[in-house]
Each structure stands twice: as C-alpha cells, then as structure tokens.
Design a protein around this ligand. Structure first.
Ligand code: NOJ
Length: 571
C-alpha cells in the first residue's frame, strides 16, 4: 500500500503557526521549531499552504512567483532546511499549487495586461466589453462582485474567479500549461512529497460566456455554477498528471469544488487524475445550491451520513478519499457539525474519531488536535478574510440586516480557522512576542498545546491515543467500510473489516443520549471511548474503558460521544 494511504497529513497554515521573528506572522523557522511536535502527532506529510512571493491579497493564494519564498515567511535557505529537517523525521512536504490563477503582480500578468501584442497576451482570459462598455457577462466572482475587471491598456476585461487581484490563467494556451508544470518540477527537485492543487475544478472555461439567471439582489450569477468541472477539463488534468505525477512516489490531491460522488470515478483511481480529491458535499451541506451565509440550508446527522457514505462508496472499488472535517477555509469542526452551543470539548473528540477512523487518509488541520474553536467578532471591520467581507456585502444586498449579516460571518468566516495556533497560556498564546496579524482566540488561556500536553484527559491526549490505535490496528487503514445503523437519527456508525479483524465505530452527533442495539458489539472489546476519564481515580485508560463499557453494553451512548470497538487483538 502506498505510503500516503497509511499516513496522517497535517494541514499547516504558516501565517498562523509560529512566529520566530517578532513580526506577528508565522514563518518557516517556526515550522522547523515545531517539527518534533508534528512528529508526535504521527504526521507523515505536511500540506503547506502557499509560502511563495505574494502581495498577500488572499494570504498567499495570489502567487507572484511560483519558485520563491515570500520574505515574510523567510528565505529559500530556510525552506531548504525545512525540507531537510522534515526528511530526517520522515515527514514529507506537500506544496500547494495555485494553478487556476496568479497574482496580478505576477510578471506574466504584468506583461499580459500591458498590451494586446506581447508574448504573454494570451496567457489570461481577456474579453471585449459589451457594446455599452459593460462587462462581458454577469458572473459573480467567488469572493463577491463582478468576476470581470477592466484593463485600460488593453481596452478589455479580464476574468477573475476569485479576487480582482487573482486573474485566471488561460489553460487553453499550451505555453501556460508548460510553465505551470515547470513550477511543479522546481518543487519536485527539492523533494516535495506531493501537491495539493488549489481550485483545480475551475481551470477549464466553457466555450461561450453567456449571461446566467441572476441568483441574488446584485443581478449577478455565481461563477461556480457556470465554470466548475466544465466538460473537457479531464484532458487538461490527464496531461498535468503525466507531467507531474507519473512514475513518482508522491501524491496529488485536488481541491474539487463542483465534483460530486458521481464524478469520482473519473477523478481518482487507476484511470483517474488525482490520488485523492477534496469532495466537499459534507463540508458544504448548508450551501448546496447557493452560498449566502445568512441562508444556510438545514441538515441533521442523517444528511451528513448520506453524503459521507455516498462519497466513500464511490471509491469502494477504485480510488481513495482524504478524510477531512475542517481546513483553512471552513469553520472549526467543533462548531460546524454539532448542535449550537454544545460542549466543544466533547464535539472535538467525536470529530477526531470520525477523522481517524473512516476509510482514507486523515487530513488533520492545525489546532484540530487540541480542539480549537471558532471566534465570533462583533464588527465586520474586525475580520481580515476577504470572503467574509464579500459574504457580508452579499447578505446586505440580499436584504438581510447588519446584525443578521454579521451572524452569518461569525458562523462561517474563514478567520475562525486562521487565528494563531494556541501553543501555551502566555501572551499571544505563545504564537508571537508581538501583536499577531489576526487576534488570538480568547480561549487560549485554557485551551493550548502546553496545557493539554500535561493533562492525560485532554483532547490532545485523546488524539494521540486515537493516532496510536490507528497506527497499530491495521484494520483501520486497510479495512473495508460498511455503514451500520444507517437509519439512526443520532448515531453515525460503520464497520471496518480486514484480515478477520473487525472494528465498529459509533458516534453520537447529538447532545441527547442515543439508544441502539448493543448486539452489534457482541464479541468485540473497547479500544477507545471519547468520553473524558474525569473521575477515574488514577487516570488509567483501561479502567476508564471498563467503566464506560457497562453503559455501552446496555445500548446507551452518552450525548456527543464516540466509541471504537474491535475484535480482540490476542498476539
Ligand atoms: C481555495 C483556497 O483554499 C482558498 O483559501 C483560496 O482563497 C481560494 N482557493 C483561491 O485560491
């Protein structure tokens, strides 16, 4: 089995990880400093979100030079040292490739936008205005506002799926594609263990750019529905795979907005393009058709179970899934999948059971291992995230009040995942000696790595128990996946089975006790129980399991709790 199917990947957002230079921004030396900590989490690969030279309009997802390191993160020497130090610990670095767009400060765009006659003239997506001078069509960019921006020098508009400062590359031009593959090769030569391909479903545009039906008060229509996963995209992706992936011991994971379970057979597996794709149906349940943070669609555990299982079943014979419940663009797990206002210490544990026991490669997001939570700031001015600002404005245009709009932002802002890592209870949570670029979550005094390292009952201690069990119980890596209790309103349950071993995982996603038929556990013994040991005298985990088992055998699961039972390992 390939190494990346057996390991745990850690998603690291460098700007918020560890500042060693007193700038308020995290840096590469901060990552080097914490490599032993990452090793202690059982991590075999780090997905590093962009650290390339960038004007940072979208925190590095606006790249001005693919083969560089932004000075705010350090130097190329620091990066080389990070590669070397990670390698010593058997940790690979997975680079984030943003191939749908560049920064408007990338020399390619500076050349392209200077005139209609230059050797990069066709490297971006340029269109003439309509006869009245307005934008070529009514697409709304993902961060809000028109997806078109006027360029005086060319007398044309250019397309930007994301920010104005993130012009889309023209993938129809083979020179563009070659230049991007060269950038990937630069990092392969440094020893990259793989790539995460950003926004990759948007690289192919439709042949004709028509107006869409307005879907909000601004008269525009979301670009996503018009351009995501456009027919013909797979040809580009296969070529990319042949140039970057083929024959190398790396993995490629695509960020695949707009790809659903029904598409997975073309995207992953032996005839697919990627080793894994981030398929978002579970993480975007509230915005299936249209994204306005004030208008989330309601869902419950049953809907969540459905989409998770559909996605997994789509790769049952062929392919592999990344398991992920949060990332740098989404709310924290503890605040997303569980009842409002619930005990986040408990929900963190249920979320980690899910992450570490489904079939696939777990992608742990920084801070998830200690149960970091959302922030909820009161004013839109407090937020840094461009998507939050776009969503706030969209909500106002859609007729919501400021109070309603800010509530949506508090719930879904990307800043919640981006507040600085909570290392200890000292000033700025041990992240920096100066005011961080984004405020630290106030709960850092009680919720931080140092405190949790000392506490055998912490979320971190529980995570390590899960990680160790996963690494030593092969069934959790190689085992088949079969859902159980599919009709249950509260419990998400499944069996993992391989080589005569069977594990049963049950998770109660609600804040009410759940009743189930305990016959499902006959012949199995407890491996992990998510409940805190609390009163168990000497904090012996074995005793804790025995005490908790009594209740479980009666077919009762405590609110927000999770269990892992398994055929006894006798050898
Ligand atoms: C997806 C990235 O995860 C997100 O952070 C970024 O803003 C967009 N793609 C645009 O690159």
């Amino acid at each position: 089995m390939e190494w990346w199917k057996k390991t745990i990947v850690f998603e690291l957002y460098p700007k918020s990880f560890k500042d060693t230079t007193g700038t308020g921004n995290g840096d590469i030396r901060g990552i080097i400093e914490k490599l032993d900590y990452l090793k202690s989490l059982g991590v075999g690969a780090i997905w590093l979100t962009p650290t390339y030279c960038s004007p940072m309009k979208d925190n590095g997802y606006d790249i001005a030079d693919y083969c560089s390191v932004d000075p705010s993160f350090g130097t190329m020497e620091d990066m080389d040292e990070l590669f070397a130090e990670a390698k010593k610990r058997d940790i690979r670095l997975v680079m984030d490739l943003v191939f749908n767009h560049t920064s408007d400060k990338h020399p390619w765009f500076e050349a392209s936008s200077a005139s209609r006659e230059n050797d990069k003239a066709d490297w971006y997506i340029w269109r003439d205005p309509r006869p009245d001078g307005s934008a070529p069509n009514n697409w709304r960019g993902i961060f809000g506002g028109s997806a078109w921006e006027w360029c005086e020098a060319r007398g044309q508009y250019y397309l930007h799926t994301f920010l104005t400062e993130q012009p889309d590359l023209n993938w129809e031009n083979p020179e563009v594609r070659r230049a991007l593959y060269d950038a990937a090769r630069f990092w392969l030569d440094k020893g990259a263990g793989g790539f995460r391909l950003d926004a990759i479903t948007y690289i192919k545009k439709p042949a004709v750019f028509e107006d869409g039906e307005p879907d909000a008060g601004d008269g525009l229509t979301g670009i996503h529905n018009a351009t995501a996963n456009t027919a013909g995209i797979l040809d580009f992706l296969h070529e990319m795979r042949d140039n970057i992936r083929a024959g190398r011991d790396i993995f490629m994971v695509g960020e695949a907005n707009g790809v659903g379970p029904q598409d997975l057979h073309d995207w992953v597996g032996s005839h697919g393009v990627f080793d894994m794709v981030f398929e978002f149906s579970h993480i975007g349940l509230e915005f299936r058709d249209y994204e306005n943070w004030c208008r989330p669609q309601a869902w419950g555990p049953k809907e969540l179970k459905r989409v998770l299982v559909d996605s997994l079943m789509a790769t049952k014979e062929e392919g592999w899934n990344p398991i992920f419940t949060e990332n740098h663009d989404k709310p924290r797990t503890v605040n997303h999948y569980f009842p409002d206002g619930c005990d986040t210490n408990k929900s963190a544990r249920v979320g980690l059971m899910w992450l570490m026991t489904m079939r696939g490669t777990p992608f742990l997001y920084q801070g998830q291992e200690i149960g970091m939570t959302n922030v909820a700031w009161d004013r839109i001015e407090d937020y840094d995230d461009v998507l939050s600002i776009g969503q706030y404005e969209l909500s106002l245009k859609d007729g919501f009040t400021k109070e309603e709009a800010i509530k949506g932002v508090q719930r879904y802002s990307r800043d919640s995942a981006r507040t600085p890592m909570q290392w200890d209870d000292s000033i700025n949570a041990g992240f920096s000696t100066v005011k961080p670029w984004l405020p630290v979550n106030e709960n850092y005094v009680d919720l931080n790595v140092a405190g949790e390292e000392k506490d055998p009952d912490s979320v971190l201690a529980y995570y390590r128990r899960l990680m160790h069990a996963r690494q030593t119980h092969e069934v959790m890596i190689t085992g088949d996946f079969t859902e159980v209790l599919a009709e249950h309103e509260q419990i998400f349950g499944y069996i993992r089975e391989a080589g005569g071993k069977k594990a049963v995982i049950l998770m109660n996603f609600t804040d009410k006790e759940a009743v189930f038929d305990a016959a499902i556990l006959t012949g199995l013994v407890p491996v992990i129980n998510s409940e805190a040991m609390g009163a168990v005298e000497d904090k012996s985990y074995e005793k804790h399991l025995i005490v908790a088992d009594e209740m479980i055998r009666k077919g009762k699961m405590a609110p927000l709790s999770a269990i892992w039972y398994e055929t006894e390992i006798t050898e």
